[in-house]
Design a binder for this molecule. Structure first.
Ligand SMILES: Cc1cc2nc3c(=O)[nH]c(=O)nc-3n(C[C@H](O)[C@H](O)[C@H](O)COP(=O)(O)OP(=O)(O)OC[C@H]3O[C@@H](n4cnc5c(N)ncnc54)[C@H](O)[C@@H]3O)c2cc1C
Ligand code: FES
Length: 256
């Protein structure tokens, strides 16, 4: 179920260069929220921009926390919001992760890290042992919050400025990290190589795909990905990330 709500900005903090952390008071939408889902935020600045999808980083009482990177007009506008500002949102959108019992490995790349925080919180409170692997180009953010929750945190950076020098898949192989279920969010190339590794190790992997979106509500085909489909003549079909995802079983995705 989705609702449109006028949310109130409770806080806006800069977490790192170009990374912002906003808490929105939105009792109706937050009551519907699941780990791995996202909200659509309307940039109401008269520029007529489409709503922008941003993942739920944390579900709080009557509020949602989002963490995002400024890349263009919409996210730049969001980064300038002040406490008390009103923001129109739609949510919650998408399916979210299917949280399983047992040990978990959470793998995030760059701006794919935020949705894993709520995922870790829920898995840990359900009694799962959680290992988290976070990959960044340089530096890191949110890693201390995963540690506070009780997760074992491993960091990989391209430039070696923090933790392991290299990518998340190489770190997972080097440290022989394994779990009953793997949950991931990040760039498609990272998800593809992680998928190959998990398939080889027989570890089920749920991937959150952050494709570019247009309408965000299933009305166009701006966000489709190829998903295996034995019934169709070609063996695959298009599915909409905004409606059927953003989380898919990695074995269903046609990685190209
Ligand atoms: C389901 C989902 C969840 C997301 N969650 C988050 C999140 O938690 N935090 C976060 O920072 N971002 C997230 N994103 C990406 C975010 O939606 C885009 O960065 C944002 O819409 C860009 O809007 P803009 O107006 O600032 O930039 P635009 O002016 O629209 O674009 C600026 C640049 O960013 C690129 N870009 C735009 N959208 C994407 C995208 N989806 N993936 C890669 N490049 C893109 C464009 O190609 C362009 O080069 C998510 C995307 C999806 C689909
Ligand atoms: S963005 Fe329009 S169908 Fe997904």
């Amino acid at each position: 179920m989705k609702k449109t709500e006028t949310a109130k900005v409770l806080s806006n903090n800069k977490l790192a260069e170009g990374i912002f952390d906003i808490t929105l008071e939105c009792p109706e939408v937050s009551a519907l929220a699941k780990a791995g889902q996202f909200i659509e935020i309307y940039p109401d600045n008269g520029a007529n921009l489409l709503a922008r999808p941003i993942s739920i980083c944390e579900i709080k009482e009557n509020a949602l926390r989002i963490v995002f990177q400024t890349v263009g007009k919409g996210t730049k506008l969001f980064s300038e919001y002040k406490m008390g500002d009103k923001v129109r949102i739609l949510g919650t959108c998408g399916n979210g992760y299917d949280l399983k019992n047992g040990s978990a490995l959470l793998v995030g790349g760059g701006i794919g890290v935020p949705p894993l925080l709520e995922t870790a919180k829920q898995l840990i409170s359900a009694g799962s042992k959680v290992n988290v692997v976070l990959g960044f180009r340089s530096g890191s953010f949110l890693s201390d919050e995963f540690e506070k929750l009780g997760a074992e945190v491993h960091i990989a950076t391209d430039d070696g400025s923090v933790g392991f020098k290299g990518n998340v898949v190489d770190l997972i192989k080097a440290e022989k990290l394994a779990a009953e279920t793997v949950y991931a969010c990040g760039p498609k190339i990272m998800l593809k190589f992680l998928s190959m590794h998990c398939e080889g190790q027989n570890m089920p992997l749920q991937v959150s795909m952050e494709e570019r979106m247009a309408c965000g509500i299933g009305a166009c085909v701006g966000c489709v990905v190829k998903i295996r489909d034995e019934v169709s003549a070609d063996g695959w079909t298009y599915k909409k990330v905004c409606k059927d995802g953003p989380v898919f079983d990695s074995r269903e995705v046609c990685w190209e």
